[in-house]
Design a binder for this molecule. Structure first.
Ligand SMILES: [Zn+2]
Length: 331
């Protein structure tokens, strides 16, 4: 329930916005030969001002319940709550969501990659049109491969915007060639400053070179699995999620990977999947399921993980975005 004071303030802000919009529309209309469209907008503004005058502003025209405040602040002419959109409004919203999803898919790296001694493969599956999971692979001319797997707090479109933000931060910082701990520290500061501490992201960032050396930083993310000789070893977090505190230090773990060794990275949508009896999939089962495929290929490892998860869920509905990335030393 909102405080009466808040309602009063937001209504007076809306009134100011509407009056400003009205005068802009009138000015624009005067200079146009065919101002039908602007006349229609003007009528909508007047209708909203009338609602303010008789205290029905901000209420859904269908159910008379308050409209979501965040939508109203973006568009003071919104007339219905999300549950009571007109068919045209619903179509427009669906189109926006589809576009957000398409833009996000455009940010993903190549599905399958071979780079120097490394092969990579990933699976990326949003729950809705857009995902809060972050997956990226960046290769450098010096023969280094950087891999990222993360999960932004929240779900849906808001989380996907933050995911795109994270993507841009790392894409801008990577060419600076910072050591991994400093790379994450810088990204953390930028993320903190831009989200004001309201959001965070868990993240694994790794650097792999042509000799098989791997350096990994785990900022509060689900432990990646290091797979060697049919055994999976979880790599615990070495730092806090990013976005929580402005000045956080990060440590890394070093690994020397031999031919056929792999790393499996995933988001909690995998391990927190539930079956029909509401039991959790969990890291233990993921470790058991994937050790058999560990020495095969990055694609086979991801496929094994997916098929075991599908068998476990046995048709129970998904509740989160899913991302799985395998990095294998193939040569
Ligand atoms: Zn409604």
């Amino acid at each position: 329930m909102m405080e009466p004071q808040t309602i009063f303030l937001s209504t007076s802000v809306a009134r100011e916005k509407l009056i400003a919009r009205r005068s802009k529309l009138e000015t624009a209309r005067a200079g146009l030969p065919n101002p039908d469209h602007l006349s229609r907008l003007l009528r909508e503004v007047d209708a909203a001002l009338e609602k303010i005058a008789n205290d029905t502003y901000g209420l859904c025209e269908a159910c008379h319940e308050p409209i979501e405040p965040d939508r109203l602040s973006v568009d003071p002419l919104v007339r219905n709550c999300l549950d009571h959109l007109t068919a045209a409004e619903r179509r427009a919203l669906e189109q926006d969501l589809d576009l957000a999803g398409r833009i996000q898919r455009g940010l993903l790296p190549a599905k399958q990659m071979s780079f120097d001694v490394w092969d990579t493969f990933y699976h990326y599956e949003p729950l809705g049109p857009a995902s809060g999971d972050y997956c990226d692979l960046i290769t450098r001319e010096d023969g280094e491969l950087l891999f990222f797997m993360g999960d932004v707090s929240g779900k849906g479109v808001a989380a996907s915007v933050l995911m795109a933000h994270l993507h841009a931060i790392f894409r801008s910082l990577v060419p600076l060639r910072l050591p991994i701990p400093q790379l994450i520290e810088r990204a953390n500061r930028i993320f903190c400053e831009s989200t004001g501490g309201d959001h965070y992201a868990t993240l694994v960032c790794g650097r792999a070179d042509a000799t098989g050396e791997v350096e990994i930083c785990n900022a509060g993310h689900c432990p990646p699995l290091s797979m060697r000789d049919g055994r999976a070893t979880p790599l615990a977090a070495t730092g806090l999620p990013i976005g929580l505190f402005n000045n956080t230090e990060y440590a890394t773990t070093q690994l020397a990977m031999n031919r056929d060794d792999s790393l499996l990275l995933y988001t909690d949508g995998v391990t927190e999947s539930r079956d029909r009896s509401d039991a959790e999939y969990g890291m233990e089962r993921l470790m058991r399921a994937t050790t058999g495929a560990a020495g095969t290929s990055a694609a086979a490892l991801v496929a094994e993980c997916r098929s075991d998860l599908t068998a476990f869920r046995a048709g129970s509905p998904r509740t989160d975005d899913i991302a799985i990335l395998a990095v294998q030393r193939a040569r």
